[in-house]
Design a protein around this ligand. Sequence first.
Ligand code: TYD
Length: 678
Amino acid sequence: MTAPRRAANVLAHAPFRRLWTAMSVCSLGDWLNILALTALAGNLNQGDYRMQSLAVGGVFIAKMLPAVLLGPLAGVFADRFDRRLTMFTADLARFAVVLSIPLIGTYQWVIVATVLVECVNLFWVPAKDATVPNLVPKDQLESANRLNLLVTYGSAPIAALLFAALSLVGDMGRSVLPFLSGMDPTAPALFVNSLAYLVSAFLIFTLRGIPKRDGAISAPSVLKQVVEGWRFVGGNRLVRGLIIGMLGAFAAGGAVVGVAKIYVVALGGGDAAYGVVFGAVFVGMALGMFVGLRLLQGLSRRRLFGLAITTAGVVLVAIALIHNLPIVVMLTVLLGACAGIAWIIGYTLIGLEVEDTLRGRTFSFLQSTARVTLLLVVAVANPLAALFGAHQFGLGTLAYQFDGSNLVLVIGGVLAVVVGILALRHMDDRKGVSLSADLIAAVRGERYPAEAAEHVPGLFVAFEGGEGSGKTTQSRLIAIWLRDQGYDVVQTREPGSTKIGMRLRAILLDAAERGLSARSEALLYAADRAEHVEKVIRPALYRGSLVITDRYVDSSLAYQGAGRALDPADVSRINAWATGGLVPHLTVLIDTPPEVGLTRLGGAADRIESEPLEFHQRVRKEFRALAAAHPDRYLVVDGTMAPEVLTRQIQDRIREILPDPVPRESEDITGTMPAIRD
Ligand code: TYD
């Protein structure tokens, strides 16, 4: 079943839908709250650069301190109360406190109110977390969590834009609406923010089906999680590289968030501009996660991880030094994109490459350290900016402004560059291959490492396709046709065309070998291929023969890379090594939907044939992607068409690349091969 379908199913549970709506509204309110309060703190301390920096920093600290100090305590309390009542009361309290902020309008109250709201959140959040499992069936819990994550971060850019719009209302509305006249431009945003909590209160109040309480929901203290977590994950080199990288990225991000407000003010932007810059980070993150990653698919993910963080650092330094608001907004999108790429790769690598026993701890360690890092950075960033103050340097007739916020951003940028390089060094899996060559190849969509193509006298054609695609039949027919024309043809196949290869094939396809790990499977196929190339294919090609192979490297990229979800760059690399970089002149892909192909198979299913349909669909998709990346080296034919039609299409294409007839001299090896089944 696909993820979106499952996600939609979770929302089919009316009570969960209600809770989810309440959460979405609250998330929107929470982001508005951060933006409005930091902006308000800056506005209330206008004039003095140092005071302004400290004021904004104060809000961040007030926001994070309660969770760090009182988190575990509140969890214990939350266990003892009725959850629905807890959430309802908390929402009402948040509504009242936030509403009071613009009405009172002093900085002291901003700080007190922030602490109060955060203390209330400490009850609301664990009560909510504990409620979710009560409202959705166990097997849908994961999709419920994914949906929660989606609204938690997905609401940020929406809130940022809403904040920008509401700030404009606040600015202009003051002359039209008398009750706004004495208030800060952030007042409308705070009103909407408080209203969000009121709406949530109503939704929660009408929510049935939350049991009073069951089980403990308290979490261990953050500090304890950090110390214990490091003991488990610190010993693993990959995890260490990932964590250093992700925390570095977080720290750099913290520096931006911390000083964004005062920097935007220094650039002459108002609250609306602050909202836009904030939103740009998230827009960039989304772009990085969805578009950036696809663009650079061929690059080793480990390399891309370090590279993204290093680039983020350079961009951050540029942001600090270029004092132009539109350029800063654009660079911020780029910064967000780099962060998004690094974050998603980090998470995926942990998911794929960290052993089961370590994975949970790694995630929770990361979450707790990320919070502590963010707190520390934000706490240090603003006082540091304040300490440095505002400076003007004269460059001839030009004056260049360099403030504390610029300094903090430069430091954050340099930190990210250092951390990015460290991560690159720590995790590099392509030592000896230059990064720029790799990058250029990746942008061009190449999967094979860029090596000069080997010139051989013969012609090398590979047939690829899923199970039951008919490629075995077609490759045989084509071999017969070519022989009839007087060519010397070697028809062969993978796996199992050499003595060693036959033994490897027996291991690989034996339905009983269920315990084979994905990596050893990939290595065994590559080992078979290495034998095949060295003993059969290359000698034949150097004799000037025409080699037709049933399956080659692409099968590994598709079955082991996409099917088994190994890193495609890894699979490509071991195969490039195994084959010495030998690439077919033409690959014929017989593209058949697995629903059709699988029904054509007779006899008992082997280890790979008995994989689920989704596996075969991934395989097919990958084959097609490989062909699409190099249309000049591929022929894609529709496997559902009549065999004679296919044969004709393939013949037409092969005719285009045939050399002059070569004399028939060597024996073909087909006769020695075992029966072939497609
Ligand atoms: P085979 O019986 O030759 O299947 P087919 O007739 O479909 O070619 O077995 C090859 C199986 O091995 C097939 O299921 C695909 C799988 N395979 C890989 O997973 N990776 C590879 O690199 C190769 C060559 C094959």
